[in-house]
Design a protein around this ligand. Structure first.
Ligand code: ADP
Length: 496
């Protein structure tokens, strides 16, 4: 039977999903399964790596069963995954030596402070594009080697392997034949040198991480190996970190193209092409899947810590709305926020402000302020924070953004998208396929299969809605000034 589908595996932080795409990039079927989050101590977050694999296998089977598609009809599998999450396992048995340490886990913050005190910051920045932070994999691997008895010696003898979630899935799905990752995932480990495109020996030495436990690094679009599905050998043809997958799925192929994903937080990535550049505003430099086969390119990345989380807080913390969609209804009940500004610095503020100690505020309240004003201010806060990120990126890259491509759960909110366009003064484009992350992985796999080329991918791009900026300049400036005034009340350090 002619292979006519690509199966994308989207291994996220809370769910494992499998999405079947046809040659027209239409979604034929989709299955997802939530899995357990472990919080063994304050600030620690873990997943059971076996459960990640089992849930991923289950949804693969389910999506085939639901769609009536046979394994033989699948041209390839593409993998996209939560980034940075760290797994170490036994090469022989394939069993993890500990739970997966999730990107959100803060257990290695003291180790990171030590690295900063040791003067590693500049080297890390210039060579990995990242800030020293517990978020990335490097100190998580070190923690495992330091804390599990005998682990470092076993790793040195070649008995243990490290991988991010893509590598773990590929290892197990290929029956332990392939130990590999792609450039995008490697670039989030804080061990990968963005200039030499190889593991950084100095960082490995500093953290005492044996190189032999690290995977081979290959392009995102690559024939990794095959997995046995219902007795058929199906090629695994891509692996790519979730944010870079969305960038690719949004066809942000040109320098200056930018996408923003509105989930719990926002993730904004701008394509910088083949030129490495460091940010002056605390943004990260990272690798993309690239546009020329086999060659990664660079992106600038920044995130808003609390975006959709603000809407969850309105619902669960304040009880102002009963579901996320309702936020749009209330926001539209009023002409404006009546001067109310919310700064949702629940867990500090990320780029470009970088103030871990800032906490949130709602200011400008009057006796006339009501639920709708507050809900509207909450939605607007997502737009303002994204605007500040875009401006920092433009200043860093000398590139002017022409439009912003959007995705993620909160991008369904038309009020928010129109406000984003208004406050940015730029067009906001929402694609028809919301599953841009899975689509990105599918497209990268499709390139390996020879299904599409880059021009075809651009031609296949679909738009659900475009939001054109329509706010007059003086109002826009007034709102931006109000926002910055509110910000300055809670920042301990100035934003440059
Ligand atoms: P994640 O991948 O981080 O779990 P999703 O992309 O699934 O996030 O989006 C979920 C987030 O988007 C939640 O924080 C939710 O509050 C927010 N959200 C979902 N729908 C809307 C909406 N219509 N308006 C505003 N926020 C929304």
């Amino acid at each position: 039977m002619e292979p006519s589908y690509i199966l994308a595996l989207d291994q996220g932080t809370t769910t494992s999903r499998a999405i079947l795409f046809d040659r027209n990039q239409h979604i034929v079927s989709m299955a997802q399964k939530e899995y357990e989050q472990f919080y063994p101590q304050a600030g620690w977050v873990e997943h059971d790596a076996e459960e990640i694999l089992d849930s991923q296998r289950e949804v693969m089977k389910r999506v085939l069963r639901d769609s009536g598609v046979f394994a033989g009809q699948i041209a390839a599998i593409g993998i996209t995954n939560q980034r940075e999450t760290t797994i170490v396992w036994d090469r022989k048995t394939g069993r993890p030596i500990y739970n997966a340490i999730v990107w959100q886990c803060r257990r290695t913050a003291p180790q990171c402070e030590q690295m900063v005190a040791d003067g590693c910051e500049q080297y890390i920045r210039e060579n990995t594009g990242l800030r020293i932070d517990a978020y990335f994999s490097a100190t998580k691997v070190k923690w495992l080697l330091d804390h599990l008895p005998g682990a470092r010696e076993r790793a040195k003898r070649g008995e243990l392997l490290f991988g991010t979630v893509d590598t773990w899935l590929i290892w197990r799905l290929t029956g332990g034949r392939v130990h590999a990752t792609d450039y995008t995932n490697a670039s989030r480990t804080m061990m990968f040198n963005l200039h030499s495109l190889d593991w950084d020996e100095n960082i490995l030495y500093e953290l005492d991480i044996p190189r032999c436990m690290l995977p081979e690094v290959v392009p995102s679009s690559h024939l990794f190996g095959t997995t046995n599905l219902e007795g058929v050998d199906v090629p695994i043809a891509s692996a790519v970190g979730d944010q870079q997958a969305a960038l690719f799925g949004q066809t942000c192929f040109r320098k200056g193209d930018c996408k923003n994903t509105y989930g719990t937080g926002c993730f904004l990535l701008m394509n910088m092409g083949p030129e490495f550049r460091l940010s002056r505003h605390g943004l990260l430099t990272t690798l993309t899947a690239g546009t020329v086969p086999g060659r990664p390119e660079y992106a600038m990345e920044g995130s808003v810590f609390s975006a959709g989380a603000v809407i969850q807080w309105l619902r669960d913390g304040l009880g102002l709305i009963s579901n996320a969609e309702e936020s749009e209804f209330f926001a539209r009940q009023v002409e404006d926020t009546g001067g109310v500004v919310m700064v949702p610095a629940f867990t500090g503020l990320g780029a470009p402000y970088w103030d871990m100690y800032a906490r949130g505020t709602i200011c400008g309240l009057t006796r006339g302020s009501g639920r709708s004003h507050i809900v509207r201010a909450a939605l607007e806060s997502i737009g303002y924070q994204s605007m500040d990120l875009v401006e920092a990126m433009e200043a860093d890259t000398d590139l002017a953004l022409s439009s912003l491509r959007v995705d993620g759960g909160a991008s369904a909110n038309d009020f928010l998208m129109q406000f984003q366009a208004d406050i940015l003064g730029r067009k906001v484009i929402r694609p028809l396929i919301h599953e841009t992350t899975a689509l990105g992985a599918a497209c990268l796999a499709g390139l390996v299969c020879g299904w599409w080329n880059m021009d075809e991918l651009l031609r296949k791009r679909t738009t659900d809605q475009e939001f054109d900026p329509s706010m007059d300049t003086s109002r826009r400036q007034r709102l931006i000034d109000q926002w910055h005034a509110a910000l300055s009340q809670i920042l301990h350090i100035g934003c440059d």
